[in-house]
Design a protein around this ligand. Structure first.
Ligand code: FAD
Length: 390
């Protein structure tokens, strides 16, 4: 009953629900599903240690399904493994399953050719913190049910919402920060959808599948959470299409030319898609959004809030949740950076400088949102069908 199809325009966006579902299922989802399996997009460089600046009592989650499987050495593209001159190569191996695995510092100078490493005001983590970072194969670590729940998880979500809405936990709504709230809520919906769509149904049999009750309880029975999911999807999609030229021309060398060429073709299909341009040319109009407010001031404020949200991710007490939390918050920060970039100068084309991990995070975030939108839509179609058959 709670699943339904949504109609009309997505709030604050320029496309309607039917178009979004069409565009997603016919165009974006198939491209994104391939894109995230390519070597460039599947390795994510991340600082995974629990280094919580807020609640030192909150230890690491020790539940079985929370632990992240790090990359085995032979999985890396060759270019990632070249040793730095003068340093013993043994120090730079990524050791599978070992929390203290040493980071391969050669990666940046070789496989990251053409990519800048700069301080990033949108995130608490910087790619330059090499000593603390490790590589994770995202395909081996799907975002799914982990068993992370209870006061630790609730405390994180409350802190995230409080960051952009100071009295959120007291039930207050804050219109000033509406966009940021909607983005966080949309991301929260997406995480819940992934938990529901890949849930441990029977621990003894290690049986995984859909948990529709959880999906209804956490997302579908709250229409505003579904709407925020669509909003967030269009917001991130707009950022990707706005950065089209940059993304198309970026350096994607992972030392696997055939795969790299395939990937570049997928990026082109994504950012210059004629069908997408014909049906939903402007998924979201950022010019309208920032209208009437002081651009630089708003940018600074949102940047600060986002950096704090990024710091809160270090307190997520479950390693796998932290991985996806960090990736998606970074992806969101990247989308904001792109959409604010037009304010930096008055050119029609934004002046952009993205880091490699920002592009990876952005692509993976869009894919996650696309999966969630597809799943929610399919549930709506199923519910409608069941209703007409009754
Ligand atoms: P929660 O999802 O914890 O929600 C807390 C409160 O927030 C709700 O009571 C409600 O008032 C409000 N709320 C819920 N959804 C929304 C929304 N969309 N918009 C606005 N408000 C909302 N668990 C996993 O199993 N796998 C994961 O990969 C995973 N990743 C996580 C990543 C992060 C960053 C965090 C903080 C948690 C993650 N978790 C993950 C835990 C998961 O999100 C839930 O916190 C947990 O399952 C407990 O759920 P809950 O029913 O208590 O409600």
């Amino acid at each position: 009953q709670e699943a339904r199809k949504y109609t009309g325009m997505v709030e604050d966006c320029c496309c309607d629900y039917e178009t979004v579902d069409f565009v997603n299922e016919e165009i974006l989802h198939p491209i994104l599903q391939q894109l995230v399996t390519t070597p460039f997009f599947r390795y994510f460089k991340v600082k995974l240690w629990c280094d919580c600046p807020f609640w030192p009592d909150d230890g690491m989650c020790r539940l079985r399904d929370c632990s992240v499987c790090e990359c085995s050495e032979n999985e890396f593209p060759e270019l990632f493994k070249l040793p730095i001159k003068g340093l013993p190569s043994d120090d730079f191996k990524c050791q599978e399953g070992k929390a203290e695995a040493t980071v391969d510092r050669t990666l940046d100078s070789k496989a990251f050719r053409g990519w800048m490493e700069v301080d990033n005001p949108w995130t608490n983590d910087d790619e330059t913190d090499n000593a603390e970072m490790t590589y994770v194969n995202l395909l081996l670590n799907p975002e799914r049910y982990t068993g992370y729940t209870g006061p630790s998880a609730t405390r994180i979500w409350d802190a995230i919402y409080d960051e952009n809405c100071p009295n959120y936990s007291l039930g207050e709504i804050c219109p000033e920060s509406r966009v940021l709230y909607k983005l966080i809520s949309g991301l929260h919906s997406s995480i819940s959808v992934h938990i529901a769509s890949d849930y441990l149904l029977d621990e003894a049999k290690n049986l995984w599948g859909n948990n529709l009750k959880l999906l209804y309880d956490r997302v579908l029975r709250h229409p505003e959470r579904v709407k925020n999911l669509y909003f967030t999807f269009l917001f991130v999609l707009r950022a990707v299409t706005k950065a089209a030229d940059y993304l198309e021309q970026a350096e994607y060398n992972t030392g696997t030319p055939v795969e790299d060429m395939k990937m570049q073709s997928l990026v082109r299909q994504l950012v210059y898609n004629p069908k997408l341009q014909a049906t939903c040319p402007l998924p979201f109009d950022e010019a309208k959004l920032w209208q009437g407010r002081s651009g630089p001031e708003l940018k600074q404020q949102i940047q600060k809030q986002f950096k704090n949200i990024s710091a809160i991710m270090d307190c997520v007490g479950c390693e796998k949740c932290r991985l996806w939390g960090k990736l998606q918050v970074l992806g969101m920060g990247t989308a904001l950076k792109i959409l604010f970039s037009v304010n930096d100068n008055n050119d029609a084309k934004p002046h952009l400088q993205l880091q490699r991990i920002e592009v990876i995070a952005l692509g993976n975030l869009l894919n996650r949102l696309s999966e969630s939108v597809k799943f929610v839509h399919e549930m709506g179609v199923m519910a409608e069908k069941a209703e007409t058959e009754e």
